[in-house]
Design a protein around this ligand. Structure first.
Ligand code: SAH
Length: 350
């Protein structure tokens, strides 16, 4: 399938131009866009108020829904569902649906694989296959909304891949998913998580979006960070902090710092103290996360008492911090774990 045949990749304006150029009135574009991006149909024939002839022309030239659900695992602990989805060219990615009191939250992938090389992460073990298109990111959300039979309220771009390594398509996705002609998900309910590609943080700050930025920090200084995140050799924590301050100044939005606690690596009181001095006075929130052990990786999670101590230390020093509730532990819900098992040909348990 060529990119130009992928109808979901058309923005509203592009579709309107295409339809009017083909000699149809502009309202036909509005109808088709609504079928695709609001009613989430997967067949041209379902577009009952669109003339048969136009449907036929469109179906001969364009495809709907580039990803299909291959497997779905639901946690017996908390109802979290993990979806394995396949692209038209055989790529496998994961998306997760989490039910919170405030609604359905979906975690999507931005790339097939990842090239950032974080030592504790399963997504990067097989390297990067390719970037996902904006429509493949939309398709993850649409598939889940249809499958769950429930409106998606929140989106976190925290699945497989580094979103700022696929900047243009991620931006296009954010604009399309928050478009009032489509699902119209508030940008305030969207979070992008990056391992800290500094140049892109500046670009992102300048986009005039109301999206939350999350930084995967995981260490209070460069020497520890370099042992677990190769990207730390490229950008220093000081550079990341400066970029975050710029983001806060431009958007007025609080930045989230993700900090996964790894036993004996970044969980000492000394680390907590360094983190406090790094973040003091900044408009931010720290998300403390217990490491999900990955079979192929040596890192182990800190004990829960340690994580609680770390949290208390930050709070005592007036840094906003909470421990993230681990969701779907029984279904390999951490980044890339299920895909890895699938790619290895292991039984996914379904
Ligand atoms: N590349 C982006 C987004 C995807 S990773 C980023 O780095 O932010 C989403 C989050 O999950 C990141 O904070 C990442 O560091 C974390 N993560 C990856 N593997 C993990 C694991 N095994 N246990 C806990 N958190 C993990």
């Amino acid at each position: 399938m060529d990119q130009y045949m992928d109808i979901l990749s058309f923005t509203f304006e592009e579709l309107e131009k295409y339809i009017t150029d083909a000699g149809y009135p502009a309202f036909r574009a509005r109808q088709i866009y609504a079928w695709l991006h609001k009613k989430l149909v997967s067949q041209w024939d379902e577009m009952t108020n669109v003339p048969k002839k136009l449907r036929k022309i469109m179906s001969e030239n364009y495809t709907i829904l580039p990803l299909c659900i291959k497997e779905k695992l639901t946690s017996e602990i908390d109802g979290t569902s993990k979806y394995l989805m396949a692209s038209y060219d055989g790529g496998i990615i994961e998306s997760v649906a989490m039910k919170y009191s405030y609604g359905l939250s979906v975690c999507i992938s931005s790339q097939i694989g990842c090239r950032m090389g974080c030592r504790f992460c399963a997504s990067t073990l097989l390297g990067l296959e390719r970037n996902l298109t904006a429509s493949e990111m939309l398709s993850q959300v649409y598939n889940i909304q249809r499958n769950a039979g429930e409106r998606v309220d929140n989106i976190v771009i925290m699945g497989i891949g580094e979103p700022f390594d696929n900047y243009d398509e991620v931006l296009k996705f954010i604009r399309m998913i928050s478009d009032s002609n489509g699902l119209n998900i508030s940008q305030r309910n969207i979070t992008v998580s990056t391992c800290g590609l500094v140049d892109r943080i500046y670009d992102f700050a300048n986009e005039e979006l109301a999206v939350t930025l999350a930084i995967s920090l995981h260490a209070p200084d460069d020497s520890i960070r370099k042992t677990i995140m190769p990207v730390a050799n490229r950008y220093s924590i000081d550079e990341i902090m400066e970029a975050c301050r710029y983001f806060i100044m431009k958007t007025g939005r609080r930045v989230t710092f993700e900090y996964t606690l790894i036993d004996g690596v970044n969980d000492s009181t000394e680390c907590a103290a360094k983190l406090v001095s790094l973040l003091r006075g900044m408009l931010c929130h720290v998300n403390l996360i217990a490491l999900n052990s990955v079979k192929e990786r040596e890192c182990r999670s800190s004990a829960i008492q340690n994580i609680k101590c770390f949290e208390k230390y930050l709070q005592k020093n007036r840094i906003n911090a909470t421990i993230r509730r681990g969701m779907g532990r029984d279904i390999d819900a951490a980044c890339g774990q299920l895909r890895k098992r699938y790619m290895n040909g292991a039984d996914t348990g379904i």
